[in-house]
Design a protein around this ligand. Structure first.
Ligand code: TYD
Ligand code: MG
Length: 459
């Protein structure tokens, strides 16, 4: 019989090789392939014998509405799609020190205070450390079942023996190990096997399990990407270490939308929910400075206003720098090319810097118009008109395309005291108290700035 007990697994993507090699062909990672024992011997050929007959049902067979349980943290419940679904599994990833343990400790403590049984198992910190943190957060008297453990067998036995909790937190999945596998904790085989068992436990008992996952230096959940396929929901907790706020983002959700975000602020009393995030990311809306514009964006169903800052500075270097923080650099390159080709506004010999204030990452193409406003304002040194905001997508021919949810964006802006909105022509709007300037082509945006004062460089 062939020896199939040894295999080589990429620790980044989970690809399996028969021989060791330095480079993973599947994900392109170097030095990520380790020797592991095969998880289980797969029977060769169809020697399984006769199986059991499975019962087929109709789509509407189970009409019982599963009641979601709430964590008591509104922003977390929103990202989950309205609370924890019984029997579901959630993976939460994020950089070290971003606040995953803090958020989950707060969630279990709040749920426990509301009378639900909750278990928090940490493989990274001792129970004293967690208790100390709970005291700092003012949550020390919450009746959470707390433990520090690593063995999967012990965890499952204890959870099944004690009162089955509503919520089980495993911090982190990389520290859990199954003793029937010879590989070290944190390896693909271990992480996959442990997660599988915990997910099975959740399905069987109806508890919700949250697995904390480490991320690699390029921001992926460490270990196997396969983990993301196994769980029902994948959340990322992100933020800039230099800034106070943190964003919880759903990237996969079998029970809700994936475009919702939760905004938190890290304070010395733990994470506080931010109910009105727009005010975090914009400076005084009345102040007019050149090179800064406000973008009315949408994060899921929620409007979010952010300040976009652009700086255009001459340089003697042959290849000027284009640096972007918080936005897609390819998109910036495209916009610079469109400005050059369609409006004759050249950025050759100029360094271009673009920054989304507050450390936020904007992903919507609707930010194009605000980016153009910031850049043209900076190059012409004409401030963006006071209390105005921008949104709209730019096409390669310079046309400005309408984007969705115009009314929600305008409503949020009006609430924050904005007076004027520059939006794509043909947007469908209900009446708004703001002054609306509709623009159909990029040239009209450029002329908003250049007609006030001639630009020295070009046009
Ligand atoms: P932590 O939850 O341990 O991060 P993770 O589990 O994602 O690695 O967060 C620790 C950081 O949060 C640490 O740098 C200190 C900071 N922090 C506060 O600023 N205020 C607090 O009340 C707490 C508990 C932590
Ligand atoms: Mg932690």
């Amino acid at each position: 019989m062939a020896r199939s007990s040894e295999q080589f697994t990429c620790q980044n993507c989970g690809e399996i090789y028969r021989k060791w090699q330095g480079h993973c062909d599947a994900c392109g990672e170097w030095n990520s392939i380790l020797q592991e024992a095969a998880a289980s011997a797969v029977p060769s050929g169809l020697t399984l014998g006769k199986g059991h007959e499975i019962v087929f049902t109709a789509l509407d067979a189970d009409r019982t509405e599963h009641k979601r349980s709430h964590s008591g943290i509104g922003e977390l419940d929103r990202v989950l799609g309205g609370g924890f679904v019984p029997g579901s599994s959630i993976l939460i990833g994020g950089d070290p020190g971003i606040g995953k343990s803090t958020l989950l400790l707060q969630a279990v403590a709040k749920m426990a205070l509301a009378g639900e049984a909750c278990t928090y198992i940490s493989g990274e910190e001792a129970t004293q450390q967690i208790a100390m943190r709970a005291r700092r957060l003012g949550l020390a008297d919450a009746p959470v079942q707390l433990a520090s453990a690593n063995s999967l067998r012990d965890i499952i036995t204890s959870v099944e023996k004690a009162k089955i909790p509503k919520l089980l937190v495993i911090d982190s999945i990389q520290t859990v190990f199954a003793d029937n596998l010879p590989s070290a904790p944190g390896t693909v085989a271990q992480v996959r096997a442990s997660a599988q068992e915990l997910i099975r436990l959740a399905r069987k008992t109806g508890l919700s399990v949250i697995l904390v996952g480490h991320v690699t230096k390029d921001g992926q959940i460490a270990g196997p990407r396969v983990l993301e396929h196994m769980v029902d929901t994948v959340l990322y907790f992100e933020g800039d270490r230099g800034h106070q706020f943190r964003i919880l983002r759903a990237v996969k959700n079998r029970f809700g939308a994936t475009d919702e975000i939760g905004v938190f602020e890290m304070t010395d009393h733990g994470l506080q929910e931010v109910a009105n995030p727009s005010s975090l990311f914009i400076s005084d809306p009345g102040k007019a400075i050149s090179g800064a514009s406000v973008f009315a964006g949408m994060e899921g169903t929620r409007p979010l206003l952010v300040e976009i800052q652009g700086l255009v500075a001459p340089t003697p270097q042959a290849t000027p720098r284009r640096a972007v923080v918080g936005w897609d650099s390819n998109r910036l390159a495209m916009i610079l090319a469109v400005l050059d080709a369609r409006c004759g506004l050249s950025f050759a010999g100029q360094e271009v810097y673009l920054n989304v204030a507050g450390g936020l990452r904007v992903q919507e193409p609707a930010a194009d118009l605000a980016v153009v406003a910031a850049l043209v304002s900076s190059i012409s040194d004409v401030p963006v008109p006071e209390s105005s905001l921008f949104f709209g997508e730019i096409g390669l021919s310079g046309e400005i395309r309408a984007v969705g949810q115009t009314d929600a964006r305008l409503k949020e802006a009006a609430k924050l005291g904005f007076k004027c909105a520059v939006i794509p022509a043909g947007s469908k709007i209900k009446d708004s108290p703001m002054k609306i300037i509709e623009v159909g082509h990029l040239r009209e945006i450029v002329s908003l700035f250049t007609e006030t004062r001639p630009v020295s460089q070009a046009v």
